[in-house]
Design a protein around this ligand. Structure first.
Ligand code: ATP
Ligand code: MG
Length: 430
């Protein structure tokens, strides 16, 4: 017997039955981004490793520990993309987009790869939906981007997600805060976890992001970044909050919010769900402003703000909500005798062309077994096609939720089905 081969650890298959909720999230995102004027960008799954090292930063968990990096046959160091902001920025620079339009708004969705320790809501291949707005440095742009997310979550029906915001300042004011933070953390070194003792040397801001309770307690009592902001950064943050007020968006100022990437300046934000199903993976999305990154990647001096949401975590939340997303068939066609099999197949084909969702059992079989399948399919109506129906051209639509059969002419099935009022949905058996 041949040995069975399994999928790669941390990378999931999505089968019909589960995929519908994903499609719902994706189509909702497309609708919302469309309304806000964001166009879709698709970049390759693989990039030059240097792109992530230079933008995300060598000292981050993502680049330091989590990247799938390999050498291709030509000896180049490539990496599976761990995030979408750097690839989008690379494409923006490479195609000189800033010469063509002063402001560009892009969104993307697709798989990302990080070699992480897996648990609920944390996988090695996962999906993100993200957006980037290039060219506007104003707080209104930060607010507009948060508004897309808020309206997106509303459209998904997800409540109990809190927007946290913070400002990390800029090159002008952050060094003073940084120095103070290092001094403070050094004084509390013994209380930090082993990872954070290392972070303290290499990337002290990361300590604020640690999920260890003791480290969080130390961080909570530490210096407050907002007290170190220079005047322009303070004005930006104040105006952002005023604009969120104008939009009626509720938020919490969280001075410990830093985010896991190196490239942020000024605004950072996260959307945090309170549902216990997510455990420590409670952040459904986050982002921030990265006014210096384009230049750092050899591009034009263009300000930008962006965010990314984890599709896997949104799907987990939606599943917890218990709604079903599978679309049931309008009609199940059953055949009463062998001689009606061809006409059943042809009728199903014609009705599908006319836009109905039709189920038809290509195996045929007894009428009784077909009726069982009709029940299981969750179809609204069943139509039985036999010799009598074929000769008279008349049949009946049997409502599967119960009730009187509806007479129908075989050449008018689609219109008749559409004209029937939606009864309470029968619950599919599987
Ligand atoms: P976390 O702190 O949970 O590790 P992160 O800061 O690494 O998150 P980002 O890089 O900001 O995450 O990515 C944005 C979003 O992508 C996250 O909020 C999360 O919803 C999702 N995400 C990140 N890593 C994973 C993963 N390994 N599996 C599933 N979703 C993920
Ligand atoms: Mg992470």
């Amino acid at each position: 017997m041949s040995q069975k081969i399994n999928g790669v650890k941390g990378m999931n298959d999505l089968l019909p039955g589960e995929i519908e909720v994903w499609q719902f999230v994706e189509s909702t995102a497309r609708t919302l981004f469309g309304r806000f004027g964001y166009g879709e960008v698709r970049t390759p799954m693989v990039e030059d490793t240097a792109l992530f090292v230079r933008s995300v930063g060598e000292e981050t968990d993502i680049v330091g520990k989590e990247m799938y990096t390999f050498e291709d046959k030509g000896g180049r160091s490539l990496s599976l993309r761990p995030e979408g902001t750097a690839p989008a920025a690379r494409a923006y620079i490479e195609h000189s987009v800033s010469n063509q339009e002063p402001v560009s708004r892009w969104f993307y969705m697709g798989p990302m790869f990080r070699y992480e320790r897996m648990k609920t809501g944390r996988y090695r291949q996962f999906s993100q939906i993200g957006a980037e707005a290039y060219g506007a440095k104003e707080p209104a742009q930060d607010a507009e981007l948060m508004d897309v997310v808020v309206q997106f979550l509303e459209a998904l029906g997800l409540k109990d997600v809190t927007l946290n915001i913070n400002s990390l300042g800029d090159d002008n004011c952050r060094p003073a805060y940084h120095a103070k933070l290092v001094e403070y953390l050094n004084a509390h070194r013994e209380e930090l976890c082993a990872d954070c003792q290392q972070r303290l040397e290499r990337n002290p801001l990361r300590v604020l992001d640690c999920k260890n309770e003791k480290c969080q307690a130390v961080a909570a009592a530490g210096p407050n970044v907002l007290e170190f902001l220079c005047e322009p950064c303070r004005a930006h943050f104040t105006d952002l909050q005023r604009k969120l007020g104008v939009l009626g968006i509720r938020y919490v100022v969280n001075h410990r919010l830093v985010r896991g990437l190196d490239y942020y300046t000024r605004t950072v934000f996260e959307f945090i769900a309170s549902h216990p199903a997510l455990g420590t993976a409670s952040t459904v999305g986050g982002g921030g402003r990265y006014d210096k990154m384009m230049k750092g990647l050899g591009g034009p001096d263009v300000p930008a703000v962006g965010y990314a949401m984890g599709l896997d975590r949104l799907v987990l939340l939606l599943k917890e909500g218990g709604k079903t997303f599978t679309q049931r068939p309008d009609l199940f066609i059953a055949v009463a005798d062998e001689g009606s099999q061809d006409e059943g197949l042809a009728l199903a084909s014609r009705l599908r062309r006319e836009g109905l969702k039709v189920d038809f059992d290509t195996r045929g079989g007894s009428l009784k077994s077909q009726m069982k399948r009709a029940d299981k399919s969750g179809a609204r109506f069943t139509l039985v096609l036999g010799e009598q129906e074929r000769t008279s051209g008349q049949a009946k639509l049997k409502p599967m939720a119960g009730g009187e059969p509806v007479p129908v002419a075989l050449d008018n099935v689609a219109a008749t089905v559409r004209a029937q009022p939606e009864a309470a949905a029968p619950v599919p058996a599987a």
